[in-house]
Design a protein around this ligand. Structure first.
Ligand SMILES: Nc1nc2c(ncn2[C@@H]2O[C@H](COP(=O)(O)OP(=O)(O)OP(=O)(O)O)[C@@H](O)[C@H]2O)c(=O)[nH]1
Ligand SMILES: [Mg+2]
Length: 367
């Protein structure tokens, strides 16, 4: 974005107005996912520029905990041969970390925190593996991702090809600007194989849809000697991991995703045109003493245009039966109720359309 600073707060405010408007008439479950995205972006923004938040992702045994220990220069997370080792996430964070980071960790239920006294404003989250059968682990990954400056995928020479990893990479491509990859345990490969495996990993990642994947190589906990490559990784993480444009762009992308979710609950139906036919049909059925069929006709139409909303249909049909023009009576009862309910939807839809336009413009103006 050319001027990302002021654009994002304005877009966030606009987003929140649409959510608040939708919440006045849509069911909670329709609004909540989009509202959560908005909150996530706000929290994420509060952290920008203060601490670089890195999350370690990957299969069990790849060396995520070992990577954290190497980056920290100390054993802060238990690594081990037992699979899986890390059952619960932990965070290695600056001891003077601000409340925004604590609030984020609280929200993600990451209770285990080790504080460091380094000058580097680096927070590293050691996450449980993504390939065990514990689906909670994968849910945690998607909950955490929107907040990361860098999602550091730790892979090893044996399992770098694993389907679980690549399925997940593909499903999370909307966060790809934060993706970095490290081929760990390179001490187990001879130099020629290191080159081959790295190239192959890059090829697979491109096939997943990652544009220009950054692949580092390292040995976080080699069988012999000190860690290799981790110092360079640490420096790369600290050196402006993602540009502010990229970060803002990612947040705008998130808002666009949330707006799209809401749009799914506000689809436009041609009420006026169709209602004319439905009320005529129901009116004729009533005149033919087929009240029950008239009710069905109305219920079906109502459930289509206003899913999840309860309307008084049988009372209205009974009243219309005593009316000289049942169709007109239905229009004044059921029809009026539907119009009243549809009115706020049209309003939210208009607000949402404005928001989606503004989000698209912000993305188009990007680099
Ligand atoms: N040879 C070699 N072994 C490594 C390297 N990095 C980690 N290991 C070993 O691999 C095993 C698994 O490492 P962890 O760091 O526990 O792996 P993890 O990804 O955290 O695993 P989970 O917590 O189960 O998800 C340990 O026995 C480590 O000592 C490396 O660079 N080279
Ligand atoms: Mg671990």
């Amino acid at each position: 974005m050319t001027d990302p600073g002021p654009a994002l707060p304005a877009l966030l405010d606009q987003y929140d107005r649409v959510i608040a408007d939708a919440a006045t008439h849509l069911p909670v479950e329709s609004v909540e996912p989009a509202a959560t995205i908005g909150q996530a972006v706000r929290k994420r923004r509060a952290l920008v520029g203060k601490v670089t938040v890195v999350g370690l992702l990957g299969g069990t045994g790849a060396g995520k905990s070992s990577m954290l220990n190497a980056l920290a220069g100390d054993e802060v997370s238990a690594a081990g041969a037992m699979r899986p080792t890390t059952a619960r996430p932990m965070a290695w964070i600056p001891s003077d970390s601000d409340s925004a980071l604590d609030a984020l960790l609280d929200m993600l239920s990451i209770g285990e925190r080790v504080h460091h006294r380094e000058v580097a404003p680096l927070a590293v989250l050691d996450l449980p593996d993504i390939d065990s059968l514990v689906t909670d682990h994968r849910r945690l990954v998607s909950d955490v991702l929107p907040y990361l400056d860098v999602a550091l995928w730790v892979l090893d020479p044996e399992k770098y090809h694993d389907r679980t990893v690549h399925d997940l990479v593909r499903s999370l491509l909307n966060h790809q600007s934060t993706f970095r990859f490290v081929l760990n345990q390179i001490d187990r490969l001879d130099p020629a194989d290191q080159v081959l495996v790295t190239a192959e990993l890059q090829r697979v990642l491109r096939a997943d849809g990652v544009n220009n994947p950054v692949v580092w190589t390292a040995a976080a906990d080699p069988t012999f000697g000190p860690p290799q490559g981790t110092e360079e990784i640490r420096e790369s993480l600290l050196a402006a991991p993602t540009s502010s444009e990229e970060r803002d762009r990612e947040m705008v992308n998130e808002l666009e995703r949330g707006a799209g979710m809401l749009a799914g609950h506000l689809e436009n139906v041609d009420f006026t045109g169709r209602w004319e036919g439905v009320r005529k049909q129901a009116g004729e059925l009533i005149r033919d003493s087929r009240q029950w069929e008239a009710e069905m006709e109305l219920v079906l139409f109502a459930s289509e245009v206003l899913p999840g909303v309860k309307l008084d249909v049988s009372g209205s049909v009974a009243a219309a039966s005593d009316h000289p023009d049942p169709g007109a009576a239905l229009d004044a009862s059921v029809g009026r109720q539907m119009r009243e309910r549809l009115h706020p939807r049209a309003r939210t839809r208009a607000l949402l359309a404005d928001l989606q336009l503004a989000l698209r413009e912000a993305l188009r103006a990007g680099p």
